[in-house]
Design a protein around this ligand. Structure first.
Ligand code: SF4
Length: 500
């Protein structure tokens, strides 16, 4: 009999997996299992589809196949994959460009908060007489950061680490611009879980949305409230996030990246707005009233999309609604205190720091390693720093609620995916010597970039997901020195041993 694999630790999973089965819906786990075995050449890093002469692949069992049509060998193919991942920044560049344009307009109109602008400018070594000068300086800084010349490729790992660090710097720059434009939300407490979706509100789920889009969404909650009420949604609009936290906006989070499909299966999501890098097909909305839309760039375009979500509310199929009582309080999702961390380290009150990051990867039992890691390291007095999807994952189980002492070991969250750079700043400030980073479910290009950026600080990095580079002995060996793969059974034990 085929063994049934445990897909996730999420306690809400059972009900929604059964619901999907009953409704004949294909979830991502079904799609993954349906396409097994995955392409072996790609898994080894020995395939390429970069140009129209391909796709090419090199067979590891045919020694005579030494190079592709254009002459790439096994090492070069594996290295090219890593380089592409470490360089990916399209969405970031779009987000920064949009915010700089907004900032320039505000500077011209004289409606910018000078203190915030000056503090961001000072951080990035930008000076100028007027607000417009400072914005011009920041724009030049952006070009420098986004299109920096990297060192030569002869030292493979130095090159990759600097590429990763470059993207995370851009993440920080993006976050700093967001603070200048939208400020920081006073409260850093959020609710996490499927129960943040309300029966009596138009529920709008933002997945991978830029700060500008989130700012427009916040304004539209008030502006479109009456339209929502007229459709029968007495609580108006309820905007929530998927797979992320926001430190700038007071949005609750419905799920981590691994359980977005369950949110749809509640039958309560009226609009699912999805970032560019994610496929709309991921959302199993067939047979549901949910409107699935791609991210838009102006508030007016967003208003149109929100109106579609409001209209969809009236079309909810009550026979498909299955709400959840899953909800946890996450306190201080972004209120990290570097001074406190430094004091803990200096006084020997914590043994070291472990950064826990990364996405949700359905090839593994989702959430399991993150939970075990946080628990195990807490018992060893190791401070865990987390952010983004990883923070949501831990929060879902009460790990960001210090009031739940048993479930909440020593964990500090810096905020969302866009706050990843703060981890590097904290490590630099605290001068932490004993630092490890673990990406139990390394999934996205940004995860890999953060792993490389952390490796550049000298931290040893572990991943629970093998990188597809095994077809090149040279690249495997090089990357293995800084990002070590451990199987699901060994990961937690191996990391814990490093703190003994
Ligand atoms: S290996 Fe070269 S020829 Fe083949 S797809 Fe890639 S870039 Fe094109």
């Amino acid at each position: 009999m085929r063994q049934v694999r445990r897909k996730t630790m999420d306690t809400a999973a059972r009900d929604y997996l059964l619901k999907a089965k009953t409704e004949g819906l294909q979830l991502s786990w079904n799609k993954y299992e349906g396409m097994l075995p995955q392409d072996g050449f790609s898994q080894l890093g020995l395939s390429c589809h970069e140009c129209l002469q391909g796709p090419c692949r090199l067979n590891p069992f045919r020694p005579e196949e030494i190079s592709t049509v254009c002459g790439l060998g096994k090492d070069e193919l594996a290295f090219a994959w890593l380089t592409r991942q470490a360089s990916q920044k399209c969405e970031l560049v779009a987000s920064v460009t949009q915010m700089l344009a907004e900032l320039r307009q505000k500077a011209i109109d004289g409606v910018i908060t000078p203190d915030l602008l000056q503090s961001a400018a000072a951080k990035w070594s930008v000076s100028g007489e007027s607000a417009v000068d400072l914005v011009t300086g920041l724009t030049l800084k952006f070009s420098e950061l986004a299109y920096a010349q990297n060192q030569c490729k002869s030292n493979i790992m130095s090159y990759l680490k600097s590429l990763g660090a470059q993207q995370i710097k851009l993440v920080s720059f993006n976050a700093d611009l967001a603070v200048v434009l939208y400020g920081q939300c006073k409260s850093q407490s959020r609710w996490v879980g499927l129960a943040v979706l309300k029966a009596s509100a138009v529920n709008i789920c933002l997945d991978g949305a830029s700060p500008s889009l989130q700012a427009s969404a916040l304004e539209l909650i008030d502006e479109l409230k009456q339209e929502a009420i007229q459709q029968g949604a007495s609580d108006g609009l309820n905007v929530v996030l998927a797979g992320d936290f926001s430190t700038a906006f007071d949005f609750n989070t419905a799920c981590n990246a691994g359980t977005t499909e369950f949110a749809i299966l509640t039958g309560l999501v009226d609009l699912y707005l999805i970032g560019e890098s994610l496929g709309n097909g991921r959302i199993p909305a067939v047979g549901y009233h949910t409107v699935v839309a791609s991210a838009v760039y102006t508030k007016e375009a967003l208003r149109e999309v929100f109106l579609k979500g409001i209209a969809a509310y009236a079309g909810r199929d009550l026979t498909k609604v299955k709400g959840s009582n899953q909800v946890e309080s996450a306190l201080a999702v972004g209120a990290i205190d570097p001074q406190w961390i430094k004091a803990q380290l200096d006084q020997g009150l914590v043994k070291g720091i472990c950064v826990i990051g990364g996405g949700s990867n359905l090839k593994l039992t989702e959430d399991q390693a993150s939970l075990e890691l946080a628990k195990t390291l807490g018992l060893k007095n190791v401070l865990c720093l987390t952010y983004g999807n990883s923070a949501v994952t831990l929060a879902k189980y009460g790990y960001l609620n210090p009031k739940k002492q048993e479930a909440a070991p020593l964990i500090s969250s810096v905020g969302g995916e866009s706050d990843a750079g703060k981890i590097l700043e904290v490590l630099e400030f605290a001068g932490a010597g004993n630092v490890l980073a673990v990406f139990p479910e390394l999934t996205t290009a940004r995860d890999l970039q953060m792993a490389l950026a952390l490796a550049q600080t000298g931290a040893k990095v572990f991943t629970g997901t093998p990188l597809p580079v095994a077809g090149s002995a040279k690249i495997s060996e090089e990357i293995g020195k800084v990002i070590e793969y451990c199987g699901p059974k060994e990961l937690v034990e191996t990391v814990a041993k490093c703190f003994e």
